[in-house]
Design a binder for this molecule. Structure first.
Ligand code: S3P
Length: 439
């Protein structure tokens, strides 16, 4: 459907059942790991979005053969024949990772063990994002980058078939960093271990064994043993909890709403937002219905709850809800009291500077929000109303576009978001999905 920058209030509360598209993190991994594997993998439920298309185009440029078609539910499904033991082929030009940090960073780990040179680049946002966190451990393992001191894309990855396993203490909890190091470690000599300050999402540790790569994870330490080639697998991608969070929060912002989001990944490293909403007093229920591979899957039901209260989210819980902080901040703006997100410096280096953008957007609504050191404070107002047409810039950031869209959809005046079309990064049908529930 066409994306419009003017977003008007829903006519009715959100009611009913919905399935959100496939998980973005798991979709990237399904595509990238299949490309690395020997043989033909089958993937199903893959998110069809700009970010995932960046990973798909990248593996094709590197020699994997993907045959994916659109399923009835809008997801991608089909087969991917990986390059396996023979490795990726050097592409004729740079690989454009678009807006996708996951594509760029995971590719660095994937390319590091092969004797080829590949230039990775991206859009203006991705070119600003820090890459040193990935290149530093990969250089310790034996890969090279040009320029060697480069902090940002474009960067040329010059791999080496003689990588050494490492034990690396990550300076921040980042699943992209962890995954890049583990993927390089599969082909390195000996064992590779990655230690994190707090737990980040663990889809890689859960999915690598499906590809025949023994991986252990405990106490913030993930390990792979080098020396075996991934073998083709069959991966079913569950719904994206990060997309579900927007529907859940919409239901909490629009009086009278009651929704059930089905078939969502209930991976505890991803559903921290449900715990935060519960602590705010929200009526939210989680029911496990099964599993997709090692990913627990189930339904999240949310009922509009008046009288939400602010709460404090400690530093060690941030990684489990990092992508949901924009929309949680909007809910916090409607809650009684102060909400504090501790140690959220990572928000400054997402698709935009989300810390600054949240404060800027909430101030448009007349809400006091501020940063103190690396903490984000929001002083909520249970009587908050948007009384005029507001204009929000999403900084070309999909999660900000959806957050500010909820101000219009669940409030009483339309909002204008000129760069709303950035939702195609993770949830292309976001607007029509919310409008269907609220008509
Ligand atoms: C992701 C990890 C997170 C998250 C991003 C997706 C992944 O980033 O914010 O949207 O798929 O591994 P960091 O690894 O930088 O925390």
């Amino acid at each position: 459907m066409t994306q419009v920058p003017l977003i008007s209030p829903l006519k009715a509360p959100l009611k009913g059942t919905i399935r959100v598209p496939g998980d973005k993190s798991i979709s990237h991994r399904a595509i990238l790991f299949s490309a690395m594997a020997e043989g033909v993998s089958e993937v199903k439920g893959v998110l069809d979005s700009d970010d995932v298309r960046s990973s798909l185009a990248a593996i094709q440029a590197l020699g994997a053969q993907a045959n994916l078609t659109k399923a009835e539910d809008g997801s991608l499904e089909g087969t991917i024949k990986g390059w396996g033991a023979k490795g990726p082929t050097e592409p004729s030009g740079p690989i454009d990772c678009g807006n996708s940090g996951t594509t760029a960073r995971l590719l660095m780990g994937i390319l590091a063990p092969w004797d080829i040179c590949v230039t990775l680049t991206g859009d203006d946002s991705l070119k600003k994002r820090p890459m040193r966190r990935i290149t530093a451990p990969l250089m310790k393992m034996g890969a090279h980058f040009e320029p060697a001191e480069g902090q940002n894309l474009p960067l040329k990855v010059c791999g080496s078939s003689k990588l050494q396993g490492i034990r690396y203490e990550a300076p921040m909890a980042s699943a992209q960093l962890k995954t890049a190091v583990l993927l390089a470690g599969i082909f390195a000599e000996g064992k590779t271990a990655l230690i994190e300050p707090s737990p980040s999402r663990n889809h890689t540790e859960l999915m690598l064994p499906e590809f025949g790569i023994p991986t252990t994870a405990a106490n913030c330490t993930a390990e792979v043993q080098g020396g075996s080639i991934p073998q083709a697998a069959s991966i079913l991608v569950p719904g994206d909890p990060s997309s579900a969070a927007f529907i859940a929060c919409a239901a909490l912002l629009k009086p009278g709403s009651e929704v059930c989001i089905e078939n969502v990944s209930l991976n505890t490293a991803r559903i921290g937002f449900t715990r935060t909403l519960e602590r705010m007093g929200a009526d939210i229920t989680i029911v496990r219905t099964g599993a997709s591979g090692k990913e627990p899957v189930g339904n999240i039901s949310v009922r509009y709850t008046p009288g939400l209260r602010g709460c404090e989210i400690p530093a060690d819980k941030i990684a489990g809800l990092v992508d949901e902080i924009p929309v949680l901040s909007l809910v916090a703006a409607h809650a009684k009291g102060i909400t504090v997100f501790r140690e959220v410096s990572e928000l400054r280096v997402k698709e935009s500077n989300r810390l600054a953008a949240i404060i800027e957007g909430l101030s448009q609504l007349g809400v006091d929000a501020w940063e103190d050191g690396n903490d984000l404070y929001i002083e909520g107002n249970p009587n908050l109303k948007n009384t005029s047409h507001l204009f929000f810039t999403a900084h070309d950031d999909h999660r900000l576009a959806m957050t500010w869209a909820l101000v219009g959809l669940c409030g009483n005046k339309p909002v204008i978001i000129p760069d709303f079309s950035s939702v195609t990064i993770s949830y292309p049908n976001f607007l029509s999905d919310v409008m269907r529930l609220g008509k």
